[in-house]
Write a protein that binds this ligand. Structure first.
Ligand SMILES: Nc1ncnc2c1ncn2[C@@H]1O[C@H](COP(=O)(O)OP(=O)(O)OP(=O)(O)O)[C@@H](O)[C@H]1O
Ligand SMILES: [Mg+2]
Length: 257
């Protein structure tokens, strides 16, 4: 099988990044473009709920929990095995939900004061190891730009910056674009997407951002909002809802379908 296409979302808080990942998941499953790997890099962990998958209910742990259990509770390291390698093994054994269409891992909430270095390094190793097993790897990043510094993904196929209705959200796109270059993050396309709240008449602004390609917008959709508020899975919604149709159009524009 070919190497998976790795797609990562980013943007400011609340612009609809996680919902977009869930809608992409629904779209790719309905098109038979599976298997998928979903990766939740947000400590807030909302992707699981949006795709109807609670790691704990399946007896699985977040990567941060695995780090805590492996090094704080059990202590020590195996000789000759680096900490990130050891956690990578734990991810396979106890951290990954395996479903029929998608597998799912989550970085989870930081286990002690300090950085995400070890969980990040373990996820990075894991991603490098599995890319041939999936058609797509979909990564939901936390809001803001700090995660770029964490460098879990130094090479991706496409970046989707979901833009909200604010100057700050637009500034985010410009900063993110420059930061990816400064940090040496490699990618094929840097796409911008109008978030569900982005005013359509202002789409022109997004077409002019240096180095980025405007793909289109996500349609505001009460059924999506209801699902998010009620904590029910986006995957259970009709594929013909306005938001799902708009995301399918974006996937077509990006050449995946
Ligand atoms: N297409 C849509 N139509 C209507 N509401 C939407 C749509 N997409 C997202 N929302 C609403 O926007 C809110 C934020 O969505 P979401 O959690 O996906 O954003 P986010 O960018 O991932 O947020 P965070 O920065 O906290 O991770 C949710 O309450 C959701 O209901
Ligand atoms: Mg989110």
């Amino acid at each position: 099988m070919e190497t998976a296409k790795t797609l990562v979302t980013m943007g400011r808080g609340g612009t609809g990044k996680t919902t977009f990942v869930a809608l992409m998941t629904q779209c790719l499953i309905s098109e038979g473009l599976t298997p998928l790997l979903l990766v939740d890099l947000d400590p807030d962990q909302s992707l699981g709920e949006m795709v109807g998958t609670d790691l704990h209910e399946h007896g699985k742990r977040s990567v941060s929990e695995l780090v805590g259990e492996t090094f704080l509770d059990r202590g020590g390291t195996l000789s000759g095995v680096s900490p990130s390698e050891r956690i990578e093994r734990e991810i396979w054994a106890r951290g990954m939900y395996e479903g029929s269409d998608f597998d799912f891992i989550a970085i989870g909430t930081k286990w002690v004061e300090g950085c995400y270095c070890l969980p990040d390094a373990a996820v990075k190793r894991a991603l490098a190891a599995v890319s041939k097993q999936y058609r797509f790897v979909l990564i939901d990043a936390p809001a803001g730009l700090e995660h770029l510094n964490r460098k879990v993904t130094t090479g991706v196929d496409d970046i989707f910056d979901i833009v909200g209705p604010s100057k700050k959200s637009l500034d985010h796109v410009k900063r993110a674009y420059h930061l990816t270059h400064e940090l040496g993050i490699r990618y094929r396309h840097f796409y911008t997407v109008g978030g569900y709240a982005f005013p359509r008449p202002l789409e022109g602004i997004l077409r002019d951002v240096e180095g980025t390609t405007y793909l289109g917008a996500i349609t505001p959709d009460p059924s999506v909002m209801n699902a998010v508020i009620n904590g029910t899975s986006i995957l259970g919604l009709s594929r013909e809802t306005p938001a799902a149709r708009s995301v399918r159009a974006l996937m077509q524009m990006a050449g995946y379908l």
